[in-house]
Design a protein. Structure first.
Length: 132
């Protein structure tokens, strides 16, 4: 989970994680308000670019493990947070340890939760309480 901020500008939702900003088209109408959020991102939902760029999260590659179809990258954010990223492999473009790279999020796949993690804020998600 990553901490983020949901902002509403001109009736459109914008997700902010650090300096990275990206539009979200799937926020439920009743959650369209400025608020702190938790962002759930699976390893394959990060979009990795070999070069640092504007409007992205900058990370350092700690390790790259080529596993045939996929390459697993272990990265560190500037605040020391660690993450694993899984990308489809290409034989000639594995990123080396120590490289600074950019991350973006596949916003069609991630989940956005309230700051306390208790409720998913996206359309089409059931937020049923577990009952004993």
């Amino acid at each position: 989970m990553m901490k983020g901020r949901l902002k509403v500008q001109n009736s459109k939702a914008i997700l902010e994680v650090g300096q990275y900003k990206t539009p979200l088209n799937t926020v439920a109408a009743n959650h369209m308000k400025d608020q702190d959020v938790q962002v759930s991102v699976r390893p394959e939902e990060f979009l990795l670019s070999a070069h640092e760029g504007d409007n992205a999260l900058s990370v350092t590659v700690d390790d790259a493990i080529f596993l045939g179809l996929n390459t697993h990258y272990h990265v560190s954010f500037d605040d020391g947070t660690k993450a694993e990223i899984i990308q489809e492999s290409t034989i000639d473009s594995t990123i080396k340890a120590g490289s600074r790279v950019s991350l973006r999020l596949n916003t069609d796949k991630i989940n956005i939760f309230s700051a306390d993690g208790g409720q998913n804020l996206l359309n089409g998600v059931r937020n049923d309480a577990v009952r004993a």
